[in-house]
Design a protein around this ligand. Structure first.
Ligand code: GMT
Length: 379
């Protein structure tokens, strides 16, 4: 198939999933065209089946708000025509599904009207925050209902979308995935000594540092752990709450043990060094970071929110606690890091879940089937 993929190209779970999906599909022989305002961050190196088309947004003094969604729709229609795409797959409803809808209409209105179905994948805050904002709700609902196929990354997100947006079309759950050959434990842990020279335990947090991720809770948890166990905290990513987290680490006098690594291109190498991953988010429709950690045998300690319980089984492949309950999350970490056998057992259970339920080799065929059904319906 020839598939156009649109996503937010910067750091963030939906862009990561979209890019990894494109890479996996390209490996399976499909022709993939990314259409976005910048090259997706995980799209490194050339691939014969992958093309990237940049969306240029003109800036005129009159435009206080440059109309990206219109430029995107135009580029989607152009690329679809030029490369004879079979369908568009947009990640994150706002504004991508609206642009795809316009592109579909533009092509249908051509003299020899051409069909261009589009699939929308809902990721999380496009529904839970942005989509419920009154200024976006009607158009989000409309573009979801107009989509030729809709998927959500968890059952939680599907139920919530159906309940709160009251959409009438079917939403198929296709879980996020991880490439289990790339995301693996590093048995030699070559670089571990760079971060933990005295054999300290390593905890890791990976996010875009937005308020919803509660990064300062990560510092609170680590502070409690470090009082009991020699440990280091690796923070991967960047975003609005980074400086609050840095200040808190300084205030608590633990900044030498809290290592802000910033945005990283090769995440799995860093994740694979850790023992425990902290994900104390306020809301999380899936929790891709937890899954990526689990594939690397890193045990997640997360909040019991959204779709996270669909990924992490409490007490088996990780631990779950209430939002803000940093004491409990710290206690889980201390108990686990003090018991080598339990740590190994849970690390293996986490890896097994990642491999058996969320491996790319299981999930990508679900997308392929989904595309085929959409194409059949719209032919
Ligand atoms: O909402 C975000 O934090 C951004 C969003 C994204 O587009 O990066 O993340 C969401 O999508 C990820 C990939 O499907 C999920 O793993 C995250 O759980 C989800 N985030 C939230 O629901 C807060």
């Amino acid at each position: 198939m020839k598939i156009g993929i649109t996503c937010y190209p910067t750091y963030g779970g939906s862009g990561v999933v979209a890019t990894e999906l494109g890479l996996e599909l390209a490996e399976r022989g499909h022709e993939i065209h990314f259409i976005s305002y910048a090259q997706p961050i995980r799209l490194t190196g050339p691939h014969p089946n992958i093309h990237y088309h940049e969306v240029e947004v003109s800036r005129y003094p009159l435009f206080d708000y440059p109309p990206y969604d219109l430029a995107l729709a135009t580029r989607m229609a152009e690329v679809s025509e030029l490369y004879d795409l079979d369908l568009l797959h947009v990640h994150y409803a706002i504004p991508h599904s609206v642009s795809a809808l316009l592109a579909r209409q533009m092509l249908a209105a051509k003299p020899r009207g051409r069909k261009l179905p589009f699939v929308t994948t809902l990721h999380g805050t496009d529904i839970t925050l942005v989509g419920l904002d009154r200024s976006y709700l009607p158009i989000t609902r409309f573009s979801i209902e107009q989509s030729d196929g809709v998927t959500a990354v968890s059952s939680y997100l599907r139920e919530r979308t159906m309940r709160e947006l009251d959409v009438r079309n079917q939403i198929q759950v296709i879980y996020n995935f991880v490439n289990c050959d790339v995301y693996v434990h590093d048995p030699e842990a070559k670089h571990r000594a760079e971060y933990a020279p005295n054999g300290e335990r390593i905890l890791v947090h990976l996010s875009n540092f937005r308020p919803v991720k509660r990064v300062t809770d990560t510092i609170e948890i680590f502070d409690r752990v470090r009082k009991k166990i020699p440990a280091k905290l690796l923070l991967i990513g960047d975003g609005p709450d980074r400086s609050r987290a840095e200040w808190l680490a300084v205030q608590k006098g633990i900044h030498d043990d809290v290592l802000f690594l910033g945005k990283q291109d090769v995440i799995h190498e860093k994740l694979a060094l850790a023992d425990v991953l902290l994900l104390p988010s306020e809301s999380e429709s899936f929790g891709l970071a937890a899954l990526e950690g689990m594939a690397c045998r890193v045990v997640p300690i997360a909040t019991r929110v959204g779709g996270v319980p669909e990924v992490v089984e409490h007490g088996v492949s990780g631990f779950l606690a209430d939002v803000g309950d940093v004491d409990t999350m710290a206690r889980y970490a201390i108990e686990l890091l003090s018991d080598e056998n339990r740590l190994k057992e849970m690390a293996q259970a986490a890896r097994t879940v990642a491999q058996s339920r969320f491996c790319a080799s299981r999930i990508i065929p679900q997308y392929e089937d989904f595309y085929r059904r959409v194409l059949e319906r719209s032919s």
